[in-house]
Ligand binder design. Sequence first.
Ligand code: ATR
Length: 511
Amino acid sequence: MTASPSERICVVVGRTRHKMVQAEIKEAARRGARLIEVRLDFLAKAPDFKRLLADKPCALMATVRRPPDGGRWGGTEAARQTLLRQAVVGGFDWVDVETDVADVIRRFGRVKRVVSYHNMHEVPGNLEKIHERMCAQDADVVKLAVRAQQPEDNLRVLRLVKDAPTPTIAFCMGDLSMPSRILGLKYGSPFTYGAFNPERGIAPGLPSFDELKHIYHVDSITADTQIYGVIGDPVAHSLSPLIHNAMFHSQRLNAVYVPFRVPRGQLEGFLKHFDAFGVRGYSVTIPHKEQAAVLADMREASVTLTQAANTLLRLGGGFAAYNTDYTAAIQSLLANMPPGADGAPPTLSSRVALVLGAGGAARAVAHALHREGAMVNISNRTPERAQRLAEEVGCRAIDWAARHSVLCDILVNCTSVGMHPNVDETPLHHSFLKPGLVVMDIVYTPETTLLIREARGRGCHVVTGVDMFVRQAAAQFKLFIGREASLEYMRTVLRRALSPVSLKGPEELRK
Ligand code: ATR
């Protein structure tokens, strides 16, 4: 089966062996690539154009990058320029020439030219001047790739794209880069770059072709696409883009959800600078939840109570703050608890709950349970944190060593114990898990933690972290779009991403 074509992604192939380059070109084309950049500087042997261009399944671009520009070319500059000239006449459809050699390597026939500029260290002060000069260098496409130092650098490069006299692709490299790589398409970039094989370390922050095509659906981005995103640090491997973009796509909304890495302490500046984008709504994660609550112009009751927000929604010139973790915790519990003895809907009122942990997640859960009328006990490895949270909520702190002696109806694990890769750990001895106990784990990597497995085995009612994650995301979707999200669909998307074959590193799975 041939995949739908990707007209807006230039797929980068960089391998040392011709055989692998050929194989990747073929496979990328089968998956929908229409333009592939062949990084000739990666080849261990002299490029054999006959082999590379034989049975070309789509347009190919030749690039021979020097080390200062992020490439691996090991030969002389004269030999490199000769190779570029050969590529121009040798059957490639596109050739990438750096701005400093663009005037000496001329256009030929119908071969298209990318005139490129790379700066692996910074965003130079004269970037706009450099761009202006490049636009006069007979380019079909001007490309600027610079190393971002701060989130606002994304804005600076996108401004170049917007009013460019020559079609321009300008993006940041590094871990701050995703907004510019994706949003450039909204502002007029003809395409963006994606690695066929992200493990090859082709360029810092270069996303994979599959990610751009199947998570961000970049082929559907137009000038009218609405922007949403998640703000956090780290954020690169957040699962929120996966789940929100899947919902946007399934409901045929012209919207994209982007990860914004914003270092601690920079939230206020970020929100101000990115106002120009008119971002409709943000998910907020570590370490900005408290600051988001402070900076908002309006706070929902759950935010006032927990002093933390995980959602910001544009409201006139500012933002309204919500805490969908809070509501999701209650909904997850109620949806999975058995009905009362008389068949009445379950309630949390007067139930005894034991919350393990005293971090941000425990804070939302403990406040929510308390508000619902439950009698809450908090136990944490560091007792002072448990004490502080218990005082804040108005409930009881229990010594970590004494946690097994609490008689309760509901247990919620808000510690990170049991999270990938420490999947053999559990925060409680299994003898604590009695039939009928409600056990909720907020850890969702893996979904079936040891605690969940043991609880299930001992006849408890279990609520997994996937349930809570999906519900908080669904509540955000409702705030963003005003429509209900399908919990079932979100669960399926998340479970597919969390399946053992997709599991990578622990830091890659944070929300
Ligand atoms: P979050 O905001 O996601 O809740 P956090 O603030 O880092 O993240 O909280 C992590 C929680 O897991 C804390 O309650 C932490 O206990 P400490 O306050 O003692 O650090 C708890 N935690 C992490 N590792 C733990 C372990 N090995 N045993 C027990 N508790 C652990």
